[in-house]
Design a protein around this ligand. Structure first.
Ligand SMILES: Nc1ncnc2c1ncn2[C@@H]1O[C@H](COP(=O)(O)OP(=O)(O)OP(=O)(O)O)[C@@H](O)[C@H]1O
Ligand SMILES: [Mg+2]
Length: 881
């Protein structure tokens, strides 16, 4: 096979949109559609010389040498997808995104920022849409045939990517033109669109809208029993208020959240706030000064919600909150609105019956399973009676109506009536709740025993799951998960929605989920299913862990975010449940250990240090008897999170303890890694000599094992220690070696960061001219990494070099540019760096005088990073513009 193209390439990411709707429509023929899609897209890729780098599920990652080829492949694929005859007259829509850049080529694939950017650009698109980055547009625009055009979709912020991206859409040649707004961060609204139209609720909406419009009303809580329609009404209300909130309307699903930390994080995700820093801070930054509306959905289990909401309302005066909860939140100024059930008919003619909201919902839902279902003189009275019997509760009506497929209303009423009468003896539950519960029970009893099993097991999922999980956790051998889910969907016992990654997600409404767990517990299957659930998610986490350096890294990170509730639930079960519960069951703790080890990098990289620490501590506690590598790894993970949280002394103790275990196990790789981390801990504690010793040991081991990636990490860390100790001459050769290794390993970020450190060492060694040269030559590579911290370091080191070279005014400007970048990115300078910087800048400042310095510094704050670098590059002595 030809070698992979290098240099500038165009990357295509594609996947099926709304696999969800597709799935619910196609049921077990979904697989057929999936492979047809794959065949069609692959044929187009091949005709235009694309190189397929990775196919996962329904998604493609392809690299093209020429942007024009990529574009033509997309068009051909879209045409063929349009023309294909899909099973059951559905359509399969594929989103495609193109970006041109210079990913780093490794032997077996590509890595780098451009790759992540390409993946993110594709995920903003809708099915059938082809979107391009500005870089790709520049390549294809000059030769674009007249029958094609590019539509400017504006600038968009993408998750995990600092610089916004200008995105274009390809039009012409019969491609569809009209799409909803791109799904980028901070989009104006994030309200999910329900599958069916809203029924009734005109009066409630009018009343609520008037209420929210009143001065001073900033928190409205919709209360009522499960299934009465709080969430649905909240969504409709928020949707109708779109115009009034110029900064956007955001939906925040909180049904599975139980503490304030996670609540902040989920809010941050929903409003598009930065999740790399403390979410409580970034959410407030994002919402302060804006006219926004938040729908906080399902709060009853979240005791700490009140605190979060009052903090939000206090910090963001333009913010209004609509909450849904079975109970009021009890905050001052809260307006509580008890959501009534749907109006039920009390007799009357066919028209009056058909006009009531409850009946309208029944008819709508029945129509989904029985085409053309309508109220007739023959069935009107029965339908009215059913709705009355169900107290007008929307969820109960949905469950009952879905059975019309087999049971006509009269038969349905008879069966339902019996089972509700039976339940009426259950006096512990208040009226409505009892109605709902017995309706669920009734619906459950109609399932085949096999399906009932699957349903009950589905109760162990938290926050939904994908189809693969249904197969692994809930289906006994021989049962097809697709078939089972389409049957349960027909019975309205599960929901299907589209996850953030566009994959179908099977879920359950809270009340129904509670019932399922209850059944599972009664049948004695709870423990076994929970263990299966935990094992399954341990496998998912391990798979993600294995992909953390690969091209699908972001996809896996997203997947972990999507599965976070399941991960937490698996962790809780294996680590946090009552000890008595676990007696004699070491398997459970072992699963917990697997989970924490696989999730450590995710916690570290995605700002979940507190959460991660909690789980790691529990896992270590429970595995105390064991001494295997799994435990040592967990202890190491804990040490790293402690370092991240600034608890250096505890981190040191933990890492020492870890070292003993590696020694005893004779595990050299573990030992080298542990020594490196311990060295870093010593450095942060200001214990230079100990840091040197540990890092030197790590380096020696890595050399002996020829472990280049370990070696370069330890070398870089030791070099930083030497710089701290003002031994730049020692640091420089280490940095040079590390840079060469990183280049070979294809780690461009590490190369850039090593070079920035090298320039720092040069300045310290009074080799300012060399440092200046180096910094000017690497500034472009640094910018390509999209790492603001590294860029501000670069600008400040340039300022220091220029000061030493006597270019005082330019030095002040670069310092200003670096400072401004730090400020906008919220990255304060560390104390030692600040000291070094001011020591270098001090003399320059004295020479030109305080006022001149201040003016030049302020002028520098107005420069972009690129302009500042340009300024630094000018030959010395040239007058300032
Ligand atoms: N007015 C309506 N029109 C159409 N469907 C509705 C309406 N109200 C409720 N539903 C449907 O009934 C079901 C239950 O409603 P919803 O989820 O809003 O209840 P809830 O009060 O939020 O329940 P929970 O307390 O369990 O969160 C949903 O499937 C919803 O789509
Ligand atoms: Mg709800």
């Amino acid at each position: 096979m030809d070698p992979l193209p290098t240099g500038t390439v165009t990357m295509l990411f594609s996947d099926i949109e709304g696999s969800t709707a597709l799935l619910s429509r196609l049921g077990d023929r979904y697989g057929e559609a999936l492979s047809a899609q794959r065949r069609i897209v692959r044929a187009a890729i091949n005709s235009f010389h694309g190189r397929e780098m990775g196919t996962e599920g329904d998604s493609f990652f392809v690299v093209f040498e020429f942007a024009q080829d990529a574009l033509r492949a997309c068009v051909q694929a879209q045409h063929a997808l349009q023309a294909h005859r899909w099973p059951q007259e559905t359509t399969v829509r594929v989103r495609m995104g193109l970006h041109t850049g210079e990913p780093v080529r490794l032997e077996e694939g590509y890595v780098g920022m451009d790759l992540n950017r390409a993946a993110r650009i594709a995920s903003t698109a809708h099915g059938g849409q082809i979107v391009l980055s500005d870089a790709t547009r520049r390549q294809v625009a000059p030769g674009l045939p007249p029958e094609m055009d590019l539509l400017d979709l504006g600038s968009h912020r993408l998750k995990d990517i600092d610089e916004p991206e200008h995105i274009f859409q390809l039009t012409g040649l019969g491609l569809p033109v009209d799409f909803p707004p791109l799904k980028s961060l901070g989009a104006q609204t994030s309200l999910p669109v329900p599958a069916t139209p809203l029924v009734g609720r005109d009066d409630e909406l009018a009343e609520l809208r008037a209420g929210v419009g009143q001065v001073g009303v900033r928190l409205v809580t919709l209360t009522g029993p499960g299934g009465v329609g709080k969430t649905r009404l909240g969504l409709a209300l928020a949707g109708s208020l779109n115009q009034a909130f110029s900064s956007g309307v955001f939906f925040v699903p909180l049904a599975t959240v139980t503490n304030a930390d996670v609540m902040w994080k989920v809010i941050a995700d929903s409003v598009g706030a930065d999740t790399d820093r403390e979410p409580a801070t970034t959410v407030v930054e994002r919402l302060a000064g804006r006219q926004a509306l938040l729908v906080l959905d399902n709060l009853e289990q979240l005791g700490e919600a009140a605190g979060v909401i009052s903090a939000l309302l206090a910090a963001a005066p333009g913010l209004t909150v609509i909450a849904t909860s079975r109970r009021p939140i009890h905050l001052q100024g809260e307006v509580e609105y008890a959501v009534p059930a749907l109006a039920v008919p009390d007799g009357g003619d066919v028209e009056a019956i058909a006009g009531s909201a409850a009946v309208a919902l029944f008819v709508q839902q029945a129509g989904l399973v029985r085409r053309g279902f309508a109220v007739t003189p023959a069935n009107a009275a029965d339908i009215a009676a059913i709705c009355r019997r169900l107290d007008g509760l929307p969820l109960a009506i949905e469950l009952a109506a879905s059975r019309v497929k087999l049971l006509p209303p009269r038969a349905l009423l008879a069966r339902l009536g019996d089972s509700l009468d039976l339940a009426a003896t259950d006096i512990d539950r208040p009226g409505r709740q009892q109605t709902l519960r017995s309706t669920i029970a009734w619906s459950y009893d109609l399932l085949s025993s096999e399906l009932a099993d699957v349903f009950a097991r589905m109760g162990v999922f938290a926050g939904g799951c994908d189809l693969d999980a249904v197969g692994a956790v809930a289906c006994p051998p021989g049962v097809d998960p697709l078939q089972a889910i389409s049957d349960l969907l027909d019975a309205s016992l599960v929901t299907i929605t589209e996850a953030a990654d566009g994959e179908p997600r099977v879920g359950m409404l809270v009340t129904i989920g509670e019932y399922a767990v209850d059944r599972l517990a009664r049948s004695g299957g709870l423990v076994e299913t929970r263990q299966r659930h935990a094992d399954y998610y341990a496998r998912v986490a391990e798979q993600a862990d294995g992909q953390r350096h690969g091209p699908h890294q972001l996809i896996w990170l997203d997947r972990l975010e999507i599965e976070h509730d399941n991960m937490r639930s698996a962790l809780t079960w294996s680590l946090d449940s009552a000890a008595a519960d676990r007696a004699g069951d070491e398997g459970r703790a072992r699963t917990g250990l697997r989970l924490v080890n696989a999730l450590s990098w995710f916690w570290y990289g995605h700002n979940y240090a507190t959460d991660g620490r909690h789980w790691l501590e529990l896992a270590i506690d429970q595995a105390a008897g064991e001494e295997g590598p799994q435990l040592a790894q967990a202890v190491h993970g804990l040490g790293i999170l402690l370092l991240q949280q600034g608890e250096h002394e505890r981190a040191r103790a933990t890492l020492e303890q870890n070292l003993t275990v590696w020694r005893r196990l004779g595990d050299i790789a573990g030992l080298a890694r542990g020594l490196n981390s311990l060295g870093v801990a010593h450095r942060l504690l200001g214990q230079c000599d100990l840091a040197r010793e540990r890092l030197a040991e790590s380096i020696a081991l890595a050399r002996a094992e020829a472990d280049d990636s370990r070696l370069t990490t330890a070398l870089s860390n030791l070099a930083v220690v030497e710089i701290d100790c003002e031994e730049p001459e020692r640091a420089m050769p280490m940095l040079r070696e590390a840079i060469a290794l990183d280049r070979r390993l294809g780690d461009l970020w590490a190369v850039a960061s090593g070079q920035v450190n090298l320039a720092g060492a040069m300045i310290l060694a009074d080799r300012a001219a060399e440092a200046h040269l180096l910094l000017c030559s690497i500034a472009g590579d640094v910018a390509a990494q999209g790492d603001q911290l590294l860029m501000s370091d670069t600008l400040e080191l340039l300022a220091a070099a220029l000061a030493k070279l006597g270019a005082d005014a330019r030095s002040a400007r670069l310092a200003g540019a670096g400072g401004a970048l730090r400020e906008t990115a919220g990255l304060p300078i560390s104390a030692p760096d600040k000291q070094l910087l001011w020591r270098a800048l001090g003399p320059a400042r004295e020479r030109i005088g305080h006022d001149a310095w201040k003016r030049a510094y302020a002028a520098g704050q107005e420069l972009t990073a690129a302009q500042a670098v340009e300024l630094a590059r000018q030959p010395a002595g040239r007058p300032l513009p």
